[in-house]
Ligand binder design. Structure first.
Ligand code: ADP
Ligand code: MN
Length: 174
C-alpha cells in the first residue's frame, strides 16, 4: 500500500488520554519524529484565531495539512492530535486511539488546570467515544487500533507495542 521506508503513525484521543506522553516515548525509542500538532499550530501560526469558548486556538486545517505534507510524504512521523478527521487518509499506516477511564481522565484534566466546563466537555467526549468513532469513520478498519491508557503500566506496554510495530514495518519495507 505504501512505499515509505518508515511508517507514519497518528496518535489520537481525547485531551488527557496520554497522546503526548506516548508519542514522545515512542519517538525517543524509535527515532521517528514527534509532531505535536497543537505546538506546530502555535509555532507556525497555522491558526485562525483564539477560540474563547473552548479556550484553544482554532486551527486552520488546510494550512496544517499543507505544512505537514512534505514530512508526512517522507514517512517517519508520529503525529499527536486530539482530532483525526481532517488529515489525508493516505498519510497514516497506523491510527492509535488512546482511551482512559472517565474518573482518571477527570482528575488528569483538573490537574492540568482546565476549568469545570472544559473538563466536563472532554470527559463527555471520552464517554461518547467521539474520537474512536471519528477514527473509524475516517480510516480503514485494519489501520485503527484502540489502546487503554489508564495506568503507567499500560503507557509502558503501549509504547513497547508501538516500537515493536515500527520495527516490524521497517523490516518489511527495507
Ligand atoms: P494528551 O497529550 O493526550 O493530552 P498527556 O500525555 O499530556 O495527554 O497526559 C496527560 C497527563 O496524564 C500527564 O500528566 C501524563 O503524565 C498523565 N498520563 C498520560 N498517560 C498516562 C497513563 N497511561 N497512566 C497514567 N498517567 C498518564
Ligand atoms: Mn498533548
Amino acid at each position: 500500500m505504501t512505499d515509505r521506508a518508515n511508517p507514519n503513525i497518528l496518535i489520537t484521543g481525547t485531551p488527557g488520554t496520554g497522546k503526548t506522553s506516548t508519542a514522545a516515548q515512542v519517538a525517543a525509542l524509535s527515532g521517528l519524529k514527534h509532531i505535536c500538532v497543537g505546538d506546530w499550530v502555535k509555532e507556525h501560526s497555522l491558526h485562525s484565531g483564539w477560540d474563547e469558548e473552548h479556550q484553544c486556538y482554532l486551527l486552520d486545517e488546510d494550512k496544517v495539512c499543507d505544512a505537514l505534507e512534505d514530512l508526512a510524504s517522507e514517512g517517519g512521523c508520529i503525529v499527536d492530535h486530539h482530532g483525526c478527521d481532517f488529515f489525508p487518509e493516505r498519510w497514516f499506516d497506523l491510527v492509535v486511539v488512546l482511551q482512559t477511564d472517565n474518573t482518571l481522565l477527570y482528575d488528569r484534566l483538573a490537574a492540568r488546570g482546565y476549568g469545570p466546563s472544559k473538563v466536563q466537555e472532554n470527559v463527555q467526549c471520552e464517554i461518547m467515544m467521539v474520537v474512536l468513532e471519528e477514527a473509524r469513520d475516517s480510516y480503514r478498519e485494519e489501520v485503527v487500533q484502540a489502546l487503554r491508557s489508564d495506568t503507567a503500566e499500560q503507557l509502558e506496554a503501549n509504547v513497547s507495542q508501538l516500537v515493536a510495530w515500527i520495527k516490524q514495518f521497517q523490516a518489511q519495507h527495507a
